[in-house]
Unconditional design. Structure first.
Length: 211
């Protein structure tokens, strides 16, 4: 059984170090997705020093399990490399679960670049001998680029169909978050982080998990 979950990674109104933390967190989530056997698609809102926020779509049987495991406040303890003399060493970001986007995004299949590639499941297991996996890339009318790699089945035709579905889901989630931000509806998400007991704590430039 397959599922789909949305996450929002936010640096709030934090400084560049918080945006660096979001970038590190995305790399960590990729590794966690591999561990859970879940596919991960990302759309970032880039800024100086790293993403200000990122929309993540998790796809797979354990998508909800992974979303539950990672959501919450994240603390990164690290001496700033942007401001080496700065005394502050605690940088906070947040992982929010997001509701499913209600407005579908229509994508013309002819506008999508698709390439057949050789790829197994997450982490490289069950490597396929044939080029059944699909790398798909689509650019929206406003210039936002979305890309996914689909290797869910051994059928190239089915993976192409799934690629279209996941591109649409990713674009819809990012559009919903963008629209909500413009309306001020996500101000509480981006503007105020819960700086209480963190769900996850990382240390140093290697972004090592300590709890």
């Amino acid at each position: 059984m397959s599922g789909r979950e949305g996450l929002l990674l936010s640096s709030g109104n934090g400084p560049g170090e918080c945006r660096q933390a979001v970038g590190h967190l995305l790399s960590w989530l990729v590794a966690k997705a591999t561990q859970y056997g879940v596919e991960l698609d990302v759309a970032t809102r880039d800024a100086t020093h790293g993403p200000a926020s990122a929309v993540v779509i998790l796809s797979g049987a354990r998508a909800a399990e992974l979303a539950c495991a990672v959501e919450g406040t994240v603390l990164w303890r690290c001496q700033s490399e942007l401001r080496p003399r700065h005394k502050r060493k605690n940088w906070f970001v947040q992982i929010f679960r997001t509701p499913a986007a209600t407005d579908a995004v229509r994508i013309d299949p002819a506008s999508v670049e698709m390439q057949a590639i050789r790829a197994g499941g997450p982490g490289g297991q069950h490597q396929n001998k044939t080029s059944s996996a699909i790398r798909a890339r689509w650019t929206s009318a406003d210039g936002q680029v979305y890309a996914v790699i689909v290797r869910d089945t051994r059928s190239q035709h089915q993976n192409r169909r799934l690629a279209m579905e996941r591109l649409a889901a990713l674009a819809a989630a990012e559009k919903a978050e963008s629209d909500a931000t413009r309306k001020g509806e996500t101000w509480m998400l981006h503007g105020q982080l819960q700086r209480g007991e963190p769900r996850w704590t990382f240390e140093g430039r290697q972004f090592k998990v300590v709890k």
